[in-house]
Design a protein around this ligand. Sequence first.
Ligand code: ADP
Length: 458
Amino acid sequence: MNVVFCSSEVFPFAKTGGLADVSGALPQALARKGCTVKVFQPLYKNIKPEKLYDDYGLTRLGGVDFYFIKNDEYYLREGIYGTPKGDYPDNLERFSFFSKQVLEVLKKINFSPQIINCNDWQTSMVNIYLKLLYSKEPLFAKTKTILTIHNLAYQGLFVREKYPYLGISKQYFTPQYLEFYDKVSLLKGGIIFSDLVTTVSPTYAREIKTPAFGCGLEGVLKEKGKDVVGILNAIDYDVWDPAKDDYLYKRYSPNNLADKAVNKTALQKELGLKVDQEAFLLSMVSRLAEQKGLDILSEGLDEILGKYQVVILGFGEECYHTMLGAKADKFKDSFSLNLKFDESLAHKIYGASDAFLMPSRFEPCGLSQMISYKYATVPIANHTGGLADTVIDVVGGGGGFVFNNYSASDLLLTLERAQSLFKNKSQWQEILEKIVNYNFSWEVAAGHYLDVYKSLST
Ligand code: ADP
């Protein structure tokens, strides 16, 4: 089956969050299942394709062709979407240009896809252009389109004055199509014009049809009915495996968790925390955005830092940089704050920590909890979205700690519960030995995607 996969970030070429992990791993897993997959993303700064043409670049990796759409004015910038102060003002132009070029390059290389799988608002326009401008092209006569929603909170909303840049008829700027409360919503257009919508966990697929999580699009999603499918994400165990992870201070296998302690000591030393195996080391590796639970974390942080060691690696909105920076000044011995994107440090943190914090207000899927399991690091999570599908409390026989009310007090109580188990060495060891054997591999998840692709193309 011929598949085109479009994404604004693809690991290992560009990454700000989980979308990149998925876009790097899923296509390669589909290729292993016999699909011919071409992945498209913009040619950002620092990407060096194997081959470079006038309008695109190309790299072959893991049986997949990765194409990079070129436009130096649009893509040779420091950030992918913007800076900590906000989004680039021309994101509509940047990503609609990209989307059109995907279809143009497909024509140029004469590749006829059965499936185009777009991801989030940035690439929604590919499916919209296909329906509105390219439907008569013989190359796309049998093409079915999918939009995968990784996060409904990012909708690609723009002032109505931007609409003409899209180059589609005025008749689609109505509430039935791309208009959303007087604005242009690229995600809404993507939902409406795609043959099928998937999202990244079964619970989130249900949640987004409700006002609490639907971000105003619950009606449109409800109308789509059964054509909204939840497929749980997975992680790439070639990238995330402490037994072969070169970033770690010392690699360790599930059979030798004693070497995890070496990583804890080394990280504590490197980050200037007290070197102490008995300290309960909590960590967070995250985009710093509202959804990640930073408000309840900040409310409880003084108390947390009085009792535990905390490492945060994060980058995102300026207000959270400032808020966390103030705490870091106050709690120098127990808090290590690292405001940057750092792949290497992320691996070291997963490897060294005792527990991983995911107090997210909402979480479409979340990959960090799956990564944590593999590194024998116990997730502490709010019961929402994909976290509800993957983190079961130890009390219920699972391998994590879960709180059900989104509040600082519930987070604090859950941390206390976790720490008291941490102090019981044999029980804690039992949990670690259990979670390292959990399996969230792409082999299974890619099979679900393939089933969906097949159901559309017959
Ligand atoms: P989201 O997609 O909302 O960002 P996920 O949990 O799905 O959240 O995925 C986050 C991914 O991004 C993980 O691989 C995580 O390790 C990585 N990540 C997030 N922030 C950083 C950072 N500052 N440095 C390195 N890796 C990060």
